[in-house]
Design a binder for this molecule. Structure first.
Ligand SMILES: *[C@@H]1O[C@H](CO)[C@@H](O)[C@H](O)[C@H]1NC(C)=O
Ligand SMILES: *[C@@H]1O[C@H](CO)[C@@H](O)[C@H](O)[C@H]1NC(C)=O
Ligand SMILES: *[C@@H]1O[C@H](CO)[C@@H](O)[C@H](O)[C@H]1NC(C)=O
Length: 477
């Protein structure tokens, strides 16, 4: 036995040298481990489409699956471009009404009524409701906020306006101010609206809600008295754009080192929000703007979600709200009318890794290679799961090299560990994703098939696992 162990240790040593992949699991959470919000992975629903989403069985089921895995429901933000096209009518007996030329279109203008808030009140997680500022109808948005406050026990915050940097120059809010539009004019407008609304609903706002303007700069412009009206600061984040036919790139989306360097840009404004005593969210995010090109509905995007959510947490992002747009006309959506799409598997897999006991997170690699490795720790600071992602792009043709990652620092007395794998035929595949060998989700987002664990031999506190290109593995330690 002793000599066999020695051989295994020798083998492990050789593997770690030849593959440069030895990952040491800390026996307790390092001081640098990042805290994890229970709703780290959350969801943003496009304003006009929200009532439609509540009518899909997949919506409740997809959210419930994530809640069961993480032990807390995802938070929901209702908003987006159409929040700034919507006017509240207290007498309207429908959640929304609008006309569109084709069901694939978003409306240019819409009304919403009290049933909208009743639907929002039924969501299991905390809800952030996006209201209109662009049309400068303050009394309508204020009436909506007052009713939402009365109706929704799950209310977290209100947004007043979405991505104001993109308002058309003839927007009523710009014309009415008479001083043009800039980040400082917008910040003054946000502050004035927050002050007015706070007299009726309290200090429950989500500030900034910008994509290209720095949310940290808006927070500075709001000042200490403005920040005191906020619960959270929201920055929108899309690593790629498919707007105007721009080219998207899946290998670069899913690259671990690319995700590490992209997400680092949020670290300083997250720290600024926390210093102001408020939460910092990527309040609307997904893979690529303007529909997502070809990359968004893929398994590679599922791997991106796993890595990006964890990098968000490491950089101080309390929650990432993955945007869901027009039902069944949305490349990056987790689910649609009758289907659950590949990215949802990433959301489920990272929720399983975080688990109901995950309290803090550490990255175990140096962020410069293709292999990502993370450990999640419980409240007692013990490592409970390790995640390994091989973010190398597998196109589906050619060999999918199998190689090994050596994990050390497992309990010395353990002889076997359990592991669960997420894989698919290739990174660009849009179907065929499995978790645990064969399990998947039905079109209504209920589980189908059985998830199998893999057994990993552990010897002397070390284990060797194989993670092929474009695959991820959770090891339960
Ligand atoms: C929306 O509802 C209002 C009030 O009931 C009605 O006057 C209007 O025609 C409706 N608009 C659409 C597009 O359905
Ligand atoms: C503001 O919204 C109300 C409905 O809440 C509507 O009756 C009114 O006409 C709107 N005002 C303007 C200036 O559009
Ligand atoms: C990740 O995948 C690449 C490409 O197939 C492969 O060469 C590499 O060895 C894999 N890395 C590990 C640690 O498994």
């Amino acid at each position: 036995m002793a000599s066999k162990n020695r051989v295994l240790r020798l083998l492990s040593g050789l593997l770690s040298v030849s593959l440069c992949r030895a990952i040491a699991i800390p026996s307790s959470a390092p001081a640098s481990a990042a805290p994890l919000d229970p709703s780290l992975l959350s969801v943003s629903l496009e304003f006009f489409a929200f009532p439609g989403y509540t009518a899909l069985p997949a919506t409740a089921n997809c959210l419930a699956n994530l809640a069961a895995l993480r032990g807390a429901p995802p938070a929901v933000r209702i908003g987006g471009t159409t929040q700034d096209r919507a006017t509240f009518f207290p007498g309207l007996n429908e959640a929304v009404n609008y006309t569109v030329a084709s069901p694939a279109d978003a409306p240019d203008s819409l009304m919403f009524g009290p049933p909208f808030m009743q639907l929002a009140a039924q969501l299991p997680g905390e809800v952030t409701l996006g209201l209109n500022r662009q049309l400068d109808n303050q009394s309508a948005s204020l009436a909506a906020a007052v009713l939402a406050k009365q109706t929704m026990p799950n209310l977290f915050a209100f947004e007043l306006g979405n991505e104001p940097e993109f308002y058309a120059s003839n927007s009523p809010i710009i014309v009415a101010g008479g001083q043009g539009w800039s980040q400082s004019v917008d910040a003054a407008s946000q502050k004035s609206w927050f002050e007015t609304f706070s007299r009726s609903v309290g200090s429950v706002f989500q500030g900034a809600v910008t994509l290209s303007w720095s949310a940290g700069e808006t927070l500075t412009l709001l000042g200490t008295d403005g920040a005191a009206l906020l619960k959270s600061l929201s920055r929108h984040s899309y690593p790629q754009s498919a707007c105007g036919g721009a080219a998207t790139n899946l290998p670069s989306l899913m690259s671990h080192s690319g995700i590490v360097s992209y997400t680092r840009q949020y670290r300083s404004e997250a720290a600024q929000a926390h210093a102001a005593g408020i939460k910092y969210f990527l309040g609307e995010t997904n893979s690529a703007t303007c529909g997502g090109g070809g990359i968004s509905p893929t398994f590679g995007a599922a791997l991106w979600i796993v890595d990006y959510v964890l990098q968000g947490a490491l950089n101080g992002v309390d929650r990432l709200y993955f945007h869901q747009g027009t039902i069944s006309n949305c490349a990056y959506c987790f689910w649609g009318q009758t289907s659950v799409f590949a990215p949802y598997y990433g959301a489920a897999f990272v929720s399983e890794f975080l688990g109901s006991d995950g309290a803090t997170l550490a990255m175990l690699d140096d962020g410069t290679g293709a292999i990502a490795a993370y450990a999640v720790f419980n409240t007692a600071g013990r490592p409970v799961r390790v995640l390994v992602i091989n973010s190398s792009y597998y196109s589906g043709t050619g060999t999918r090299a199998t190689s090994a990652v050596v994990l050390s620092g497992l309990s010395a007395g353990t002889t076997t560990a359990q592991a669960k794998r997420m894989t698919a035929p290739s990174a660009p595949a849009t179907s065929g994703v499995t978790i645990g060998g064969s399990a998947s989700f039905t079109g209504a987002c209920t589980r189908s098939g059985t998830q199998a664990m893999e057994s990993v031999a552990v010897s002397g506190g070390s284990a060797t696992v194989s993670v092929r290109a474009s695959e991820a593995l959770i090891v339960f330690v």
